[in-house]
Design a protein around this ligand. Structure first.
Ligand code: FAD
Length: 353
């Protein structure tokens, strides 16, 4: 026998996309179950923790409980040489608390948050899940898949996970505070980049590499961190600070039957920069509104409408980035590295030509 749960909207995954979807749908008066397989929302953190300023539309970026420091600019380095400083304001968040606050807001809006609940199977009548070794059966009318880059809901829709960057990160002490993020392109960090993102007296230091080279990610990170030590930017021991997959294939198919996808599950992560929190929030809000409308109207038209709306909103910029990424990989070892990066990195005007 399994436990039975019923709701209008099942949201799978309490990351930024899922919590926003749950909060938005609950605010529109439908019943929402927000299922999260982790025991604690947001833990462990798998993020370099920079978000751009527009994210403040969704959450208070002045709250010191959620934000470690503000950031004014981004400095890009190409093959060791300073390339450019660009105005790129934002915040270094405390990602676990950021995710927990969004989930709390979803619950405050009326969504039922269940942690430790892993969704794993689909039948015509509903969804199978497990919690603490017990089988759970969920009856719902709409499913929002906000379950990250290896989305289970996406697989139910017949989609395999797309291309990803493999990323790894350490946290270490800065020798002096920084008011900007630092991004390093080097030929040895194949198809990706290294970063130093400041967090008060410490920094997240990481690398993301094109998958296929993913087994090299630990070695690449060790080399990158040593270079930053020699540069005098960081000091002291490094402690592991999470890693993971960054989907870089661009938008996937977003709707099928009673299911829609949001956030990394939908491929909203920017294929060149790997930034995904902002677009996860945008897509989560739209997905939550569409799911609630579908329930209230007893129609799937709003789910199809969500697909069209998100494609129109994010499709052009994500397609451009995905195409840039393909070109960048093709030419990575092909000659003028400086020119290659300028053509393909968002800090340079050449990117937008
Ligand atoms: C190392 C690294 C660094 C990054 N740095 C940045 C950065 O600095 N800035 C930025 O904007 N983006 C960054 N990103 C990308 C960003 O973290 C993601 O784009 C963002 O988390 C996407 O949010 P989401 O809600 O779609 O998915 P997630 O945050 O991945 O949330 C998905 C949730 O679904 C849950 N889940 C999965 N499967 C199931 C299931 N079967 N049942 C129930 N629950 C399930 C997971 O446990 C998880 O909580 C980084 C990513 C990585 C890996």
């Amino acid at each position: 026998m399994s436990d039975l749960l019923t709701c209008d909207v099942l949201v799978v995954g309490a990351g930024p996309a899922g919590s926003l979807a749950a909060r938005t749908a609950a605010c529109r008066g439908v019943t929402v179950l927000l299922a999260e397989r982790r025991q604690q929302v947001g833990v462990p953190v798998r993020c370099a923790e920079f978000v751009p300023l527009p994210v403040r539309k969704y959450i208070d970026l002045t709250d010191p409980a959620l934000v470690a420091q503000g950031v004014k600019a981004m400095r890009t380095f190409i093959a060791g040489a300073p390339g450019r400083e660009s105005l790129f304001p934002g915040a270094m968040i405390r990602r676990e608390r950021f995710d927990q606050e969004l989930a709390r807001q979803a619950a405050a809006a009326g969504a039922k948050l269940r942690t430790g609940l892993q969704v794993y199977g689909r039948t015509p009548e509903g969804v199978r899940a497990r919690a603490a070794g017990r089988e759970v059966f969920i009856r719902c009318r709409v499913i929002v898949g906000a379950d990250g880059p290896s989305s289970q809901v996406g697989r139910w829709m017949g989609q395999n996970p797309g291309p990803c960057l493999a990323a790894a990160q350490v946290s270490c002490e800065l020798t002096a505070p920084l008011d900007h993020t630092r991004v390093y392109f080097q030929p040895d960090i194949f198809g990706g980049y290294g970063w130093v993102f400041p967090k008060g007296g410490r920094a997240n230091v990481g690398v993301g590499l094109t998958a296929g080279r993913s087994r090299d990610v630990g070695k690449s990170l060790a080399g990158f961190w040593r270079q930053r030590l020699e540069e005098g930017l960081v000091q002291g021991p490094a402690r592991p600070a999470g890693g993971g997959l960054v989907p870089v294939g661009g938008l996937r198919d977003l709707w099928q039957g009673d299911m829609i996808l949001a956030g990394d599950a939908a491929g909203t992560c920017q294929p060149i920069s790997g930034a995904g929190v902002g677009n996860a929030l945008i897509s989560g809000e739209l997905a939550g509104a569409a799911a609630a409308a579908a329930v209230r109207q007893g129609s799937r038209a709003p789910l199809e409408g969500y697909r069209e709306e998100l494609r129109a909103l994010l499709g052009p910029s994500l397609s451009r980035a995905a195409a840039k990424r393909e070109g960048m990989l093709r030419d990575w070892n092909g000659g003028d590295f400086n020119r290659l990066i300028k053509r393909n990195w968002i800090a340079f005007k050449e990117y937008f030509r």
